[in-house]
Each structure stands twice: as C-alpha cells, then as structure tokens.
Design a protein around this ligand. Structure first.
Ligand code: GLN
Length: 213
C-alpha cells in the first residue's frame, strides 16, 4: 500500500511518485507510458478511491464534455478538489485544460475556449518555447485544441500561440492546450513530477538532505 517516505523519491521501489491519470475517457494510455518512462508509478484513475494518496494527477485530452460528465457520474469532483486543496499538482492537457477552467472544476481563474483554433483546423504542430522549460522549444501537437480566453492575475502564461495563452500555471495547476504525451518531449510531465516531489517534501521535510535546489 502507498505510504509516505521521509526520503526523496527515486526511480524504483516504494519511493516512486504515484501519479494518477484520469482514465474516464481520452488518451490516458500515452500519459501512463510517458510517466512510466520517467520513473513514476502511473495509476489509472476511475474512482474517487483511486484519487487518494496520489502525488500528482494528469487530466488528459479527449472530449471535455464526456470527461466532465464522467467526473460527475463517478463522483470524482470532491476527490479531485481534495487532491488540489492539499497542494498536490495537476497537469491538465487539451480537454483537461477545459475541465479545470472556471466553467467546470474551477481549479484555475481562467476561461478556456473549446475548439478555439477553429473546427476545420483539426490538428497542427508548432515549435513552442515554454516558460520554465529552458530555451529549447517543444514540438506542440494541437488537436481541436482550446486556448485561454481570459484569466485572472494569479494565472501565469508560460506559452502562447498568436497571443492566445496555451500553457498556463496557477500554483500547483499546470494546463496546456496541446498533447505533450504524443511526442518524446517529456518536459511537462517532468515538471509535474518536480512539483509532486516538492509537494511531498513540503508534507514530510527531508532531514539532513538540505532542500533540493
Ligand atoms: N475539442 C475537444 C474538447 O473540446 C478537446 C480536444 C482534445 O482534447 N484533443 O473537448
């Protein structure tokens, strides 16, 4: 069973970060594979119980209306909220960005516009510099993607396309409009894991190790 260890996570064994991936609908499997490749223990989440004791959570792309309905049907909202309220990070991608906005779970002070790039533009790719991820751009795969239409002052914009925010962060909530799981660039997932490690250390400070960076 999961238990918290007072030592930093490593890439094997009991200290591995347990990162949930909401698996109601959408392309959760690619997120699971990416998290696994980074040394996390991915946990497919379909019930409130499976949301307990996670270090982080991914809400994947798919169909936001379907995912929002599944969250309601399966009674997941209080557990997702408890996860966020206890300072654990969430990465919402594409439909997951929409699900976290003001009109849905309200985890960020921002409004996402569905299919913002136009329905006819089913898919496109751009090289995108993302704040905090270093100078190398990411190959960003957009699929009927949203953008952030409007946001409050606490929302930090990490990347934009044509002046429309497509990667934003508010505290422990990180949202991106594209599909980072469909390339081999795992830096957003690694950022989620770094946020999860920091949350673990806040909960159980490591003695004698100093603070990581
Ligand atoms: N267009 C979808 C929606 O509005 C999101 C697409 C995606 O997640 N790739 O829910």
């Amino acid at each position: 069973m999961a238990h918290r260890e007072a030592s930093p996570p490593d890439s094997s064994g009991a200290d591995r970060l347990r990162i949930g991936v909401l698996a109601s609908q959408g392309d959760f499997a690619a997120h699971v594979a990416m998290l696994h490749s980074l040394g996390a223990e991915p946990v497919e989440v379909r019930s409130a119980d499976e949301l307990r004791d996670l270090d982080g959570l991914v809400i994947p792309g798919g169909e936001s209306t379907t995912i929002a309905k599944a969250i309601e049907r399966d009674g997941l909202e209080p557990a997702i909220r408890a996860h966020a309220d206890s300072g654990h990070p969430i990465l919402g991608t594409c439909a997951g960005m929409i699900v976290c906005d003001r009109d849905h779970l309200g985890l960020v002070d921002a409004t996402a516009r569905r299919n913002a790039f136009g329905r006819q533009i089913a898919s496109f790719e751009v090289e995108l510099e993302v704040g905090g991820l270093g100078p190398d751009p990411m190959r960003a795969v957009f699929i009927r993607a949203p953008w952030i239409d409007e946001h409050g002052p606490e929302v930090e914009v990490l990347a934009s396309v044509d002046d429309h925010p497509v990667v934003v962060r508010q505290g422990q909530i990180l949202l991106c409009a594209f599909h980072p799981e469909l390339t081999d660039d795992s830096r957003l997932h690694a950022l989620l894991m770094a946020m999860a490690t920091a949350a673990r250390e806040r909960a159980a400070p490591v003695r004698g190790m100093g603070s990581a960076e």
